[in-house]
Write a protein that binds this ligand. Structure first.
Ligand code: LLP
Length: 439
């Protein structure tokens, strides 16, 4: 496992994160446990702030990758904006006191209630995804006596090389208005004709876990082509170009993402050059990173419960979590690295496969990891779990979801409580006819 952020081996010979001994963390908070390295998270925010915001651009943290009240506070303190995609994410931001004039509201099927909630909150931008949403937002904005500021989500027809389910820029996608077939142009016309909508700019998100900057370069040019057309046809000025998120991170050997500075250099320069070429005023550049901010800063700790050796076949090491706290391997075939937190420097003399404890053969966290032969009671650390783990966690088999802690300078603080069994049945209702006398 590659050590990143504040990870190191401490004097006791254990993995340390944020100055905290992870074996002690496992003891005091229990496992599975999500551990967020606060300094690393903040430094990822700062890389974006320095590369974008300091140059008149704006980095918008994608809350879908990881959002809790404490995470909202950190993102706010670091000066980034926030992308929310649901009433629940918006509610979290509101409860955390996140400034609504830095909130962007996404989603391909926002409900009327969610839109009313966002209008009342005064979110900064609605990223509009469909013709039906144009109608609905215009109607609800009129009812609220408001003008909604809109970015139109467009699909530029770019194929980013990543997993099918996390690839979103191609034409055959549920997201956005297609550019090549003229629907994007129609959407621009439609928004410009509405009294209660103000079209501020154009948006696209071409995919996730991307290692190649070229698709961003292509996307910027294609979006600006639509902006030029709208300028020629309506005299409309595109104030903002949002190129979405998508920068990849290191999960395992061979994952070698470009730096945030390289991303900024590419997109800011491309937007500037293309705008000049098209004789357009240079729009403000927006990006929406999620994974590259929260992902590397998270580590999950598990306890080894069983070690099953099938001679000449495989060693299965079962831990006390799995697809419920990290569905990504089962869903996308994602690959992770791990180490034994209580023996990180010991020679890796075994090849083992890390199994979860969910009733599903596909619940395998890592195949063929090189480790010292694990023993019952060892603490296993899986790195780069900060993004799309907690936010995609589930209660399959009625396992409670883990706690999350923030570690920094030797202090560990709870930011999400571990679910209890009582939490699991909190929303269950027994109809009267099924009641027992003591219910
Ligand atoms: N903006 C939009 C409009 C998006 O749809 C997404 C991610 C982002 C920004 C942030 O992208 P990022 O920088 O995190 O790549 N659950 C999948 C990822 C789904 C991404 C969905 N959209 C996974 O675990 O890989």
């Amino acid at each position: 496992m590659r050590f990143t952020g504040t990870m190191k081996v401490n004097a006791a010979g254990n993995l340390e994160i944020g100055g905290c001994d992870t074996v002690k963390l496992a003891e005091s908070f229990g496992t599975p446990l999500y551990v967020m390295d606060e300094e690393y998270l903040r430094s990822n925010c700062r890389s974006y702030y320095a590369a974008f915001n300091k140059h008149g651009a704006d980095a918008i943290y994608a809350g879908k990758s990881l959002l809790t009240l404490a995470i909202c506070r950190i993102v706010d303190e670091e000066g980034l904006s926030l992308d929310v995609v649901s009433g629940g994410e918006l509610y979290t931001a509101l409860q955390a006191g996140f400034p609504m004039d830095r909130v962007y509201f996404h989603g391909n099927n926002k409900s009327a209630d969610e839109i009313r909630m966002a209008l009342a909150a005064g979110v900064h931008r609605f990223v509009v995804d469909s013709f039906d949403e144009i109608d609905l937002l215009d109607t609800l904005a009129r009812e609220a006596g408001a003008t909604a500021n809109v970015l139109l989500r467009l699909t530029p027809g770019i194929e980013a090389h990543t997993h099918d389910y996390i690839r979103t820029g191609q034409i055959d996608s549920k997201f956005g208005f297609v550019i090549p077939n003229g629907q994007a142009r129609e959407a621009v016309n439609s928004v410009l004709a509405r009294e209660n909508l103000a079209l501020r700019g154009l948006h696209c998100h071409i995919g996730s876990q991307i290692f190649d900057l070229e698709p961003f370069w292509d996307a910027a040019q294609i979006l600006l082509g639509t902006a030029r057309q709208a300028r020629d046809e309506h005299g409309w000025v595109c104030e903002e170009i949002d190129l979405g998120g998508g920068l990849g991170i290191h999960y395992t050997e061979g994952d070698d993402p470009p730096s945030v500075t390289d991303l900024a250099g590419t997109v800011i320069r491309t937007v500037q050059d293309t705008a000049t070429r098209f004789s357009l005023p240079t729009p403000k550049v927006l990006v929406e990173p999620g994974r590259s901010i929260s992902g590397p800063a998270g580590t999950t700790l598990y306890t080894v419960g069983t070690v099953k050796t099938i001679p000449d076949v495989r060693i299965y090491v079962s831990v006390d979590g799995g697809m419920g706290d990290n569905p990504r391997p089962a869903l996308y075939g994602s690959v992770y690295e791990c180490c034994l937190a209580n023996r990180p420097l010991e020679e890796a003399d075994a090849k083992v496969s890390i199994a979860g404890r969910y009733c599903e053969s596909g619940d395998m966290l890592i195949w063929d990891a090189d480790l010292p032969l694990p023993r019952v009671g060892d603490v296993l650390a899986v790195s780069a779990t900060g993004a799309y783990n907690y936010t995609m966690a589930m209660n399959y088999n009625r396992f409670p979801r883990p706690a999350m802690i923030l570690v920094r300078d030797g202090e560990a603080e709870l930011i999400v409580r571990r679910e209890s069994y009582a939490d699991l049945i909190r929303n269950d209702v027994i109809p009267a006819r099924l009641r027992k006398p003591r219910d």
